[in-house]
Design a protein around this ligand. Structure first.
Ligand code: IPM
Ligand code: MG
Length: 372
């Protein structure tokens, strides 16, 4: 019997390409794992009305970790149009499977390291080394949304003492409501995870990202909880930044930052910004981590136009596999894989199109294998 059971969820688009490349690398390392395929993605929405079928959910309950490629999502109307005729009009709602997975398995930490590997021609500056902790289950991703707005909700909002001038006297089909929901528990545990990481990895500073000057209730709560947690870590510097301002400062002074922690949506945004500073889509890796399960993925989407062409850069997924090895406790293998990836980047013999070259997905994986 293998030591690890790993759910293998390629998804669609380039998800399959980058996952195949990642398997080459893991197999070269002789990871003692059984890889269990799980169906997920656009084709299952079209065929079954569910992009994240129950059998895949069941699979995730019985594995040590999962690797996930990418999936195509489309806006509501387009999604509805592509559903098989028998399922259309049944009130099925397309919700991103990865967002559902994060909530269903309480994968509350979204960990996104953004490191500029030496010699990557896409680095904004050499030496950038940021780590984003993104809250992964609540905030504007809570899924509490109304369009059109039900009359009961409109009535309640209308009766509250504070005048909500934005929708006063507006018909309920003329506006929509998406609720931002942030809990004390959710805020506390993500900020604590960021500080614990900083402590363990000798990081000097944690920056709390928010917009509490405007979004007073939810971001105010997040900031308050974050400040409480920070008091437990006197040895680690803690600062606070508005989400808009940090987008400028990060670009201007990337070396002034270290670990960043943010509510879900701001974390989504700043992690793309930080990934772009170290090479863009081909380099952003992500871990969705809970108490029982962790799911690792590249941060990029499914790029359907490149699907099956063996063209895109697999490094983001390979670095996600490195994160998985760390999470499984295979620290040596994780470090070895990172060194090999970093060596292949530095050597510069193989470059995918995003890096200005013309090598394939497989060739990049093989270049990394050559250093393993
Ligand atoms: C990410 C992605 C997802 C998100 C999408 C695909 C739902 O942008 O992982 O950052 O918004 O979280
Ligand atoms: Mg994103």
């Amino acid at each position: 019997m293998s030591t690890y059971k790993i759910a293998w969820l390629p998804g669609d688009g380039i998800g399959k390409d980058v996952m195949d490349a990642t398997r080459l690398v893991l197999d070269r390392m002789h990871l003692d794992a059984e890889y269990l395929h799980g169906d997920i993605g656009w084709e299952f929405w079209c065929k079954e009305g569910d992009a994240f079928p129950q059998r895949t959910i069941d699979l995730l309950r019985h594995v040590d970790a999962a690797m996930f490629g990418a999936i195509t999502s489309k806006p509501v109307k387009a999604a509805e149009a592509e559903l098989i005729p028998e399922l259309r009009g049944k009130g099925l709602v397309y919700r991103s499977p990865i967002v559902r997975m994060r909530q269903m398995f309480d994968l509350y930490i979204c960990l996104r390291p953004c490191k500029a590997y030496a010699g990557n021609p896409l680095n904004l500056k050499e030496g950038i080394d940021l780590v984003v902790f993104r809250e992964n289950t609540e905030d504007l991703y809570a899924g509490v949304e109304f369009s059109p707005v039900p009359k009961e909700l409109a009535d309640v909002l209308g009766k509250l003492s504070r005048p909500f001038h934005v929708f006063k006297d507006m018909p309920t089909d003329q506006y929509a409501v998406s609720c931002k929901v942030n809990s004390k528990k959710g805020s506390e545990r993500i900020v604590r995870a960021a500080f614990e990481f900083a402590k363990k990895h000798n990081r000097r500073k944690v920056t709390i990202v928010h917009k509490a000057n405007v979004v007073r209730a939810t971001d105010g709560l997040f900031l308050e909880e974050a400040r409480k947690v920070a008091r437990d870590y006197p040895g680690i510097q803690c600062d606070e930044a508005n989400v808009d301002a940090i987008c400028m400062w990060l670009l201007k002074n990337p070396f002034s930052y270290d670990v960043l922690v943010a509510p879900n949506l701001y974390g989504d945004i700043i992690s793309d910004l930080a990934a772009q500073m170290v090479g863009g889509l081909g380099f952003g890796c992500s871990g969705n981590i809970g108490q029982q399960l962790a799911v690792f993925e590249p941060s990029h989407g499914s790029a359907p136009k490149y699907a099956g062409q063996n063209k895109v850069n697999p490094i983001a997924t390979i670095l996600a596999a490195k994160m998985m090895l760390d999470w499984l406790g295979e620290k040596e293998k994780g470090a070895h894989l990172e060194r090999a990836t970093s060596a292949a980047i530095k050597e510069g013999r193989v470059r995918t199109y995003d890096m200005g070259g013309s090598n394939s997905t497989t060739e990049m994986a093989e270049a990394i294998c050559a250093h393993l």
